[in-house]
Design a binder for this molecule. Structure first.
Ligand SMILES: Cc1ncc(COP(=O)(O)O)c(C=O)c1O
Length: 377
């Protein structure tokens, strides 16, 4: 059996049809798994003293109120988070003016990406921009999905017309990350609205809004508006970024109740009691939210100024990271920055001479500035 994968073995044993329904799709040989992907993101050892600017976290979190809420909930950590999740779902429903049936709290928004792939596209086709946030794509591809990647435009924005041209009868889902990771770009608001409305009449549209809070354009639309109008749209949100709770693994999906019900069938686990309490407190706390945005903008200004000084090209960002052109192979540049005490983001092919760097605290960004000045001296 050594040279047969599980699917081939089942086929030769005549068991494929029945068993496939039972065990689900099997991995595609040679395609990296999601755990390989996670290792690639952050698998490098982080030596003491090295500043981590590689995962777009918010170093100011958790806020004081979120900390207090977790401490107050310690005694309940011996319980499963049934009521806590219901309470948070209700609170989120209220925030968006939707019913609780429109919301699914997930273990980080990554779980939302995974169960969406499982529900809609695991053996099918996903159309998306390239480069973009790969979690859903890697996961689905590993189990046999076909990913149609449409290169971003010259200005690094997502090519909506290009995506539209590649959508076919085979397409199960369009993955749109807006603001996009790693480019930090958003698409034109009117074009976004038109694209999402038209696309969701043809297939499922997934709008990953992990960085929505950082958008600087006033009145920029969230695709939650289309959920309210019953379109085929799933929106994902997270507490990992502006709320500073990445380590607590909590996010949520927003979609029509029938879509949420299907997604829920693929969920087997819940986030934690402490995460729900922290997220709930975070939603109430406007001061920390504003503080996070202000500090991110200050940090971005320092990075922009440094890149301008060095004459390095960058993409103005609507997120908590900046994508810039180093002119050096990213693996070499990453090592060079590690030697200077900073871990920057992973490679984002085909832009192998570009680097994504996250905003840290002002002190961390000042150290990034010194490291960049040294690296390009
Ligand atoms: C675009 C995008 N979506 C989703 C995530 C996953 O976030 P989490 O699982 O922490 O909610 C990230 C993380 O960096 C991201 O960049």
């Amino acid at each position: 059996m050594k040279n047969l994968n599980r699917r081939q073995w089942l086929r030769t044993a005549g068991l494929a049809a029945g068993a496939a329904a039972f065990i689900g799709p099997s991995a595609v040989a040679g395609v990296p798994s999601f755990s390989d992907y996670l290792r690639k993101i952050d698998g490098l050892d982080l030596p003491p003293g090295v500043i981590k600017l590689s995962s777009n976290e918010n170093p100011y979190g958790p806020s004081e109120k979120a900390r207090q809420a977790m401490v107050a909930a310690f005694d309940d950590a011996c319980r499963y988070p049934f009521q806590e999740r219901v309470d948070l779902t209700n609170k989120l429903a209220e925030k968006y003016g939707l019913s609780p049936d429109h919301i699914l709290v997930t273990i980080g928004s990554t779980e939302g990406l995974k169960i969406t792939a499982l529900t809609y596209a695991i053996d099918g086709e996903i159309v998306t921009a390239d480069p973009t946030f790969e979690a859903m794509l890697y996961y689905a591809e590993h189990f046999g999905a076909h990913i149609v990647r449409v290169p971003v435009k010259e200005d690094m924005t997502t090519d909506l017309n290009g995506l539209d041209r590649r959508i076919s009868n085979n397409t199960n889902l369009v993955f749109l990350c807006n603001p996009n990771n790693p480019t930090g770009t958003i698409v034109n608001a009117r074009e976004l609205q038109q694209f999402c409305e038209a696309t969701s009449r043809r297939t499922m549209l997934f709008s990953d809004e992990a960085y929505y809070d950082y958008i600087t354009e006033p009145g920029y639309p969230s695709m939650v508006e289309l959920v309210k109008k019953d379109y085929n749209v799933i929106v994902s949100k997270t507490f990992s970024k502006v709320y500073g709770l990445a380590g607590l693994r909590i996010g949520y999906l927003i979609a029509r109740p029938d879509i949420i019900a299907r997604l829920k069938e693929r969920q087997v686990e819940r986030t934690t009691v402490l995460s729900c309490h922290a997220a709930s407190a975070a939603l109430d706390e406007q001061d920390f939210y504003r503080f996070s945005l202000q500090k991110t903008n200050e940090a971005k200004k320092i990075i922009y100024d440094t890149l301008d000084e060095l004459g390095l090209k960058y993409v103005p960002s609507h997120a908590n990271f900046i994508f810039f052109e180093t002119g050096r192979e990213i693996d070499d540049f990453r090592q060079q920055m590690m030697d200077l005490g900073i871990r920057v983001g992973r490679p984002f092919p085909p832009f192998r001479k570009w680097c994504r760097v996250s905003t840290g605290t002002i002190e961390e960004v000042q150290q990034l500035r010194s490291a960049l000045l040294k690296a390009f001296s």
